[in-house]
Design a protein around this ligand. Structure first.
Ligand code: SF4
Ligand code: FES
Length: 360
């Protein structure tokens, strides 16, 4: 296969530690303890290699990345090499002083996760007392410092009725962007799927609200919409395609094509402490496995949409069919498509199960 072009972005999961316990967390169910995390020195080296490789943006995530006391140093390393830095944070226990230090280090953007538009829903999901008030305070600090703000709202059965309120909240916080992101079902979310899947009528209402707001708020608020796969006709090009232009580094230094790739059994991931980042990007067996189009099976193989969505999500294909090379079942052409719709309809018609909360 031809060598890939340089990657555009990295999602750097600096730690799995987090003050929140969201039951749809994108981290793996087997969370990594603090003593497995890369050292400051290694992250600095990795980010320097990333800049040399041509990476343009690094999304600093977790868990909660601000729990790393060296975050300022990591941001500075990237900023000095003109790499755009985005802090993805739960926004609790985050003082104005800390945010100021991160800004001084060169931080470019903050993405704040908000679990609900009320204290009640926010606490039901995140299990953090006073979480909503702390998040609102963080949003104010971010804007007071003149940093751009994205509000990230993961949507599911327990907050889908708040979509219109999320739009109002983002406006009141002077956010630049709102991400209405229907939960993706792998890892913790797959475990809690029956308790999280919304009903079709609520999804349809949500789509209508988002479409109207996008039209009404053009030039005022950018609204990104991550559509709900379980009621979709076609899948999304997950990660823009496997190992296409972005990748993930997890706290112990494994390099993954996407944040859920470890749910696919049989793949082996290289670590930044073993090989140079450029070599991993260009030749890692896990990256090569589903890069491009050669791995595809029918119906994707000969489908005219394959350049558009790249067959959807490998992790979802694996979770539902047991084979990551299958067409993402979110696609109407997949023989497993009805399975998704049936699971969603059955789950949303029943009383939700209790959550298995993410605990480290
Ligand atoms: Fe996309 Fe594959 Fe479905 Fe075609 S068959 S629309 S390429 S997922
Ligand atoms: Fe792994 Fe979609 S989350 S390919």
């Amino acid at each position: 296969m031809a060598a890939p072009g340089p990657p555009i972005g990295i999602l750097a999961e600096l730690t799995h530690r987090c003050p929140l316990q969201c039951p749809y967390c994108s981290n793996p169910v087997a969370l990594l303890k603090a003593n497995t995390e890369l050292s400051t020195e290694t992250w600095v080296d990795v980010f320097t290699q990333a800049a040399d490789l041509g990476v343009l943006q690094v999304h600093m995530s977790g868990g909660e990345p601000t729990l790393r006391r060296d975050l300022e140093e990591l941001v500075r390393t990237l900023s000095e090499r003109r790499v755009y830095t985005n802090l993805i944070t739960a926004g609790v226990n985050l003082s104005l002083e800390r945010l100021s230090k991160l800004k001084e280090a060169g931080l470019d953007h903050v993405q704040l996760s908000v679990q609900g538009t009320t204290a009640e829903v926010t606490e039901l999901i995140g299990k953090h007392k006073n979480g909503f008030a702390e998040k609102m305070q963080t949003a104010k600090h971010v804007r007071a410092l003149g940093l751009p703000l994205t509000v990230n709202a993961p949507i599911h059965r327990h907050n889908i009725h708040q979509v219109a309120d999320f739009i109002e909240l983002a406006l009141s916080l002077d956010a630049d962007r709102l991400e209405i992101a229907n939960v993706q079902y792998y890892g913790w979310a797959y475990l809690n799927r029956a308790a999280l899947l919304p009903a079709l009528k609520d999804v349809e209402r949500q789509v209508e609200i988002v479409e109207n707001a996008r039209e009404r708020l053009k030039g005022v608020l950018n609204i990104d919409f991550v559509t709900p796969d379980y009621y979709a006709d076609y899948p999304k090009p997950c990660m823009g395609g496997w190992a296409q232009d972005a990748f993930v580094i997890v706290p112990d230094g494994k390099v993954l094509p996407c944040h859920a790739a470890q749910t696919i059994t049989g793949l082996r991931f290289d670590r930044v402490v073993e090989k140079p980042l450029a070599e991993i990007w260009e030749a890692s067996a896990a990256f090569e496995k589903y890069r491009g189009f050669e791995w595809m099976t029918e119906p994707c193989k000969s489908c005219p949409r394959r350049e558009l969505d790249r067959g959807g999500c490998r992790c979802q294909a694996f979770a539902v069919t047991g084979d990551a090379a299958q067409t993402d079942p979110a696609c109407i052409l997949s023989p497993h498509h009805d399975k998704l719709r049936n699971v969603a309809e059955t789950a949303s018609a029943n009383t939700p199960d209790a959550f298995s909360y993410r605990r480290i």
